[in-house]
Design a binder for this molecule. Structure first.
Ligand SMILES: C[S@@+](CC[C@H](N)C(=O)[O-])C[C@H]1O[C@@H](n2cnc3c(N)ncnc32)[C@H](O)[C@@H]1O
Length: 281
């Protein structure tokens, strides 16, 4: 019987043999991959590994996903997709984690939602109960999880209609390379969607709601938030992001990767989270 990976319509023929699919699962696991070789910088790869381990520890702790927090984020995205319309077509979700954005994907026929993430081993475990409950509809939609870095996509040129990178570009060792690969696998006329929190520009006044008093009031408003904040301080203290961007840096990265007409929709002002959508020529 032929390897089902080879039947996958998106893999480049030369890349397919590097993956194995445990029978009966949607997981495509990579035999090996070396980020240091990929980005040509073993030091950067070492930093990435440390931050990724920190992030994976965080995802194992269900207290980080209390209902108040999960609902807040879900409502933010829900409002956005209610205005924008659903994700359509063949979607690649780079750094997609559990693939929660399937919640806002409406396939027609044989279209695919592919989550490409180096944390696949971790995400093969079920999401915490709150996420399972809130994202039940999306999690029931079909998906393929492919293990790998955004810096090296094993897919054919132009095979996706939309590439989503949600809260993940700042976790990637080489965001420029990730965007170049994204452009390659998007079809002409396809869409890049980056969802990203960002820092204030140099000299920009402090955002309202980020002072100590407001932060304390938010945390004390709900015991689950307080518990989460305490755990975050004690157990998950390290910084999981390898990069920090300002809004202008993000917009420039997208333009320099060859995308056009970058439109920003603000999702949340206090922490600074926006959706940036741009076209692939
Ligand atoms: C904060 S999580 C976001 C998960 C998901 N996009 C969401 O919003 O629910 C960041 C994700 O980026 C992934 N990641 C880290 N480095 C990456 C890389 N080089 N390429 C692709 N994904 C990466 C992590 O494994 C993790 O799943």
């Amino acid at each position: 019987m032929s390897d089902p990976v080879l039947q996958h319509p998106f893999f480049r023929p030369d890349a397919a043999p590097q993956f194995r699919q445990p029978p009966g699962t949607p997981y495509f696991l990579r035999a090996d991959s070396d980020l240091g070789r990929l980005v040509g910088d073993p030091g950067l790869a070492g930093d990435w590994a440390e931050k990724q381990a920190q992030l994976m520890r965080w995802t194992r702790d269900s207290a980080m996903f209390n209902e108040a927090e999960v609902m807040f984020i879900n409502r933010m995205y829900e409002g956005y997709f209610a205005k924008r319309g659903f994700l359509r077509g063949n979607v690649l979700d780079i750094g997609g984690g559990w693939g929660l954005f399937r919640q806002w994907w409406r396939p027609e026929g044989e279209q695919a939602f592919v989550v490409h993430d180096p944390g696949t081993e971790r995400f093969m475990a079920q999401p915490p109960p709150t996420l399972k409950k809130v994202y039940a509809d999306g999690l029931a939609r079909s998906v393929r999880f492919v293990e790998g870095f955004g810096e090296e996509l094993p897919y054919l040129n132009g095979c996706f209609d939309l590439v989503l990178i949600a809260s993940a570009l700042d976790h990637c060792a080489d965001p420029v390379r990730v965007l170049a690969e994204t452009r390659r696998v998007l079809r002409p006329g396809g869409t890049l969607m980056v969802i990203q929190g960002f820092d204030a520009e140099p000299g920009e006044p402090r955002r309202p709601g980020t002072d100590l008093g407001s932060r304390l009031a938010r945390v004390l408003s709900d015991p689950r938030r307080l518990y989460r904040a305490v755990k975050q301080r004690i157990l998950h203290r390290g910084e999981p992001h390898i990069h920090h961007f300002t809004r202008n840096q993000l917009v420039n990265l997208v333009a320099e990767a060859g995308f056009f007409n970058c439109r920003e929709t603000v999702l949340e002002r206090t922490h600074g989270v926006s959706v940036f959508e741009a076209g692939r020529p």
